[in-house]
Design a protein around this ligand. Structure first.
Ligand SMILES: Cc1cc2nc3c(=O)[nH]c(=O)nc-3n(C[C@H](O)[C@H](O)[C@H](O)COP(=O)(O)O)c2cc1C
Length: 183
């Protein structure tokens, strides 16, 4: 089993990556050899800003094919979405746009657990909703979603716990849904 984990951001100290890693550790078998967790960094997929003119002249960059291959190799995907001005970060949108030019089925029917967090009370729920709503168009099988509000109040990085019991339960329910899918 291979689980691909990434944050949809290029922030080196990404709180969405922290959350996604926290969740990945709770996937059944993650601590044994049964499940291989691969963490991808979007900075490794930085490409020129998408433009139709660029595509016509130079084609689709190899990195977009590489990103698509990573998804193809995975049995499941965990993504933590950063919210910038109510929507996707530019870093993610650019990788996504280029990859969608290879084939619109960017996510290749893979089961996905979608997460989002932000320092504010909204918990990046706007971008999470966009990702969930648009998922069918890009062949993503959304198994569960979870938004963590007020990251710095609700998450204890060092101790790796979500402080609020209700939020922790919501998250565990989402992880259970993914675990059932991976059986
Ligand atoms: C350009 C910009 C726009 C932002 N817009 C939002 C926003 O609309 N909603 C929100 O909850 N947080 C917003 N934030 C704060 C981000 O949630 C915060 O920077 C967070 O760390 C991003 O996630 P990441 O660390 O995983 O990249 C914004 C941050 C930046 C830099």
């Amino acid at each position: 089993m291979r689980v691909l984990v990434f944050a949809a951001t290029n922030h080196s100290q990404s709180i969405n990556k922290q959350l996604a890693m926290y969740v990945a550790q709770r996937v059944k078998g993650a601590s044994s050899h049964n499940v291989n967790i691969e963490v991808l960094d979007l900075n490794d997929y930085e490409m020129p800003i998408y433009s139709q003119d660029r595509e016509e002249v130079s084609g689709i960059p190899q990195l977009a094919y590489d990103f698509r291959s990573k998804i193809a190799e995975a049995d499941a995907i965990i993504i933590g979405f950063a919210e910038h001005n109510g929507t996707y970060s530019v870093a993610y949108k650019n990788v996504f746009d280029w990859t969608s030019r290879i084939d619109r089925s960017v996510y290749q029917s893979k089961p996905a657990l979608l997460l989002a967090t932000s320092p504010g009370p909204g918990g990046a729920n706007n971008v999470l909703t966009q990702a969930v709503t648009s998922a069918p168009y890009f062949d993503m099988k959304v198994i569960a979603q979870f938004s963590l509000p007020s990251y710095f109040d609700n998450f204890q990085g060092a101790e790796e716990v979500i402080k609020d019991a209700e939020l922790e339960q919501q998250l565990l329910t989402a992880v259970d849904a993914l675990n059932s899918e991976l059986k």
